[in-house]
Design a binder for this molecule. Sequence first.
Ligand SMILES: CC(C)(COP(=O)(O)OP(=O)(O)OC[C@H]1O[C@@H](n2cnc3c(N)ncnc32)[C@H](O)[C@@H]1OP(=O)(O)O)[C@@H](O)C(=O)NCCC(=O)NCCS
Length: 413
Amino acid sequence: MEIRSTTKEDLDVFVDTVHAAFGQFPETPIADGGRWWSALEMDRGLLAVAPDGKPVGTAAAHSFELTLPGRIPVPAAGVTAVGVLPSHRRRGVLSAMMRHQLTGIRARGEFLSVLLASEATIYGRFGYGPATSTARLTVQRHKAALAAPRVLTTADAPAAGSDRGSVEVLRRAECGEILEAVYDRYRRAQPGALSRPHRWWSLGAGQPPISPAPRYVAVHRDADGVADGYASYSLGSVGEQSTLTVDETIAVDDAAFTALARYALGHDLVSQVVFRHVPPEHPLRWQLTDFRAGEVGGHTDWLWVRLLDVPRALTARGWFTDGEIVLDVDDPFLGERGRHLLTIRDGKADCVPTDRQPDLSLDVRDLGSVYLGGTRPSTLVRAGHIRAHHPGAAALADALFGTDRAPHCLHWF
Ligand SMILES: CC(C)(COP(=O)(O)OP(=O)(O)OC[C@H]1O[C@@H](n2cnc3c(N)ncnc32)[C@H](O)[C@@H]1OP(=O)(O)O)[C@@H](O)C(=O)NCCC(=O)NCCS
């Protein structure tokens, strides 16, 4: 079995092979991605080729930026288009491609990779852990009143419900680069969010690339007229209910999000509003005067994270509590092990090798799960994944890894 890099000339065979692995026909758009393959970077693709010369497996990667806690964007490989022909499965083809790919990602200087998993059973063995989750929030419109904020608003910190801006519905042709600019501001402030390079926006002709079909777009502008949020949505029926479904609500701050939510919840001819791709614990639910008017459903994993350079990854993110912790990290897939002393002062971490006794022993996949702050280390201690070496170790790790804002990602790739 040979694993080789692809070039532009391989695009057709690459796309054919991925479609065959997923059981789709090339003219059928995969899931909600439309012509997703036109966003592929063919110099980052891999083909697994059988001894008879037949391509039997594929993998690719996008060059994204991932925002870390502390609003720090770093380069991240977005692994995608992973598939092996049904006739060649369970013979180690994926394992060989993963090894090849992780080595290549490291060689480019990227210290982490991310992916969306078709099945949660596939990627743990390769060092990936689920790091963000997503859900949908369904709100019955007749119960959808939003409470006034209970805290005072200041110019520096507007409370979520206070809005001095405006909302406007844009026609498709008017979206232009407005949404792209808003998304870029949003993703730089949201831990767990990925950049959407310009070619992704061309896929949707200026509309959010995640949308399967043209959407109405409501744009929010601040008091100075600068666009700072948008909601892309459609109207239709879900069961008996006339439903407004918001595919993505992108806002650079909570005030803009609330203004867009108020717009959607105030829409006529609608009995319920479904906000898709929101963090499971979203402030919007707490803003409803009737807490039970909002129902969280479809809670599932979204972004999986794989760290390729533990000291670099730990020193790259922002931290919110001073302290010290010793982590014994095992990376069985790459055959690596390291004991790291992490010292956090004033929001920054120093990470050096140590022979001190560890506070926690963990697999690199579990470090990926806690890295963005979306999973508490104590949860994985209780699950029997992470070993705590003394009674206070889990609480110490929870305090140190905790962040100011839950990570969230809604980019589909
Ligand atoms: C998932 C897929 C790529 C696996 O490829 P493969 O070449 O069969 O994988 P490997 O032979 O390298 O398997 C490595 C190990 O993972 C396990 N594994 C592979 N796919 C698995 C799955 N879907 N569920 C559970 N375990 C799986 C294998 O049993 C094997 O375990 P072992 O080392 O204990 O024997 C292939 O089944 C496929 O193309 N599926 C459909 C498309 C898809 O879902 N792609 C992933 C997109 S995110």
